[in-house]
Design a protein around this ligand. Structure first.
Ligand code: NI
Length: 185
């Protein structure tokens, strides 16, 4: 397995539509395994293919031990609502409240291409909705009102301090040293 670079806000790939996965061979499964490794190293609870520069319609999540590979996911039911703070591995250190469905039922395929259905609530539901958005070029900051969005982007530019790079490298070191928050998706 290997750690992948994470694309950050400003990278065009984060705004692109993904392509349905039609073949789950060894190459695809290696991508999935690398995505898990990268997500854990970055202390995230979810990661979608565009975040590692890929166009496959796949995301990985691990919320409190609920570990899922979601291939070609589709939300077939949503219910209720929840408001909570979100972050994103592609927009480090920026957080904002986002309203999401409290419960979603998702149809997808797993790492082996087998059909699965996930019935998720609370944080897992939030995480899955966030990752599925990534697969359609959408980011959590898109949900913010004009002023909050502008404030978030300003903070992002400020902490970037002129850095124009479109990727960041996740160091294995980050696992031990970095005190990330749990909500980065
Ligand atoms: Ni994200």
């Amino acid at each position: 397995m290997s750690l992948l670079d994470i694309y950050v806000l400003g990278a065009p790939i984060l705004r692109e539509e993904t392509r349905p996965v039609t073949e789950v061979g060894p190459e695809f499964q290696k991508l999935v395994d690398d995505m898990f490794e990268t997500m854990y190293a970055a202390k995230g609870i979810g990661l979608a293919a565009p975040q590692v520069g890929r166009t496959e319609r796949v995301a990985v999540v691990d919320v409190e031990g609920a570990r899922h590979v979601i291939v070609n996911p589709e939300i077939v039911m949503r219910e209720g609502s929840q408001k909570g703070e979100e972050g994103c591995l592609s927009i480090p250190d920026i957080y904002a409240d986002v309203e999401r469905a409290m419960r979603v039922v998702v149809k997808a395929q797993d790492r082996e291409g087998k059909p699965i259905e996930i019935d998720a609530t609370e944080l897992l539901a939030r995480c899955i909705q966030h990752e599925i958005d990534h697969l359609h070029g959408k980011l959590f900051i898109d949900y913010l009102g004009l002023l909050k969005r502008r404030a978030a982007l300003k903070k992002w530019e400020k902490q970037r301090a002129g850095d124009k790079s479109l990727t960041r490298t996740v160091a294995a070191l980050e696992v031990a040293q970095h005190h990330h928050r749990d909500e980065e998706l």
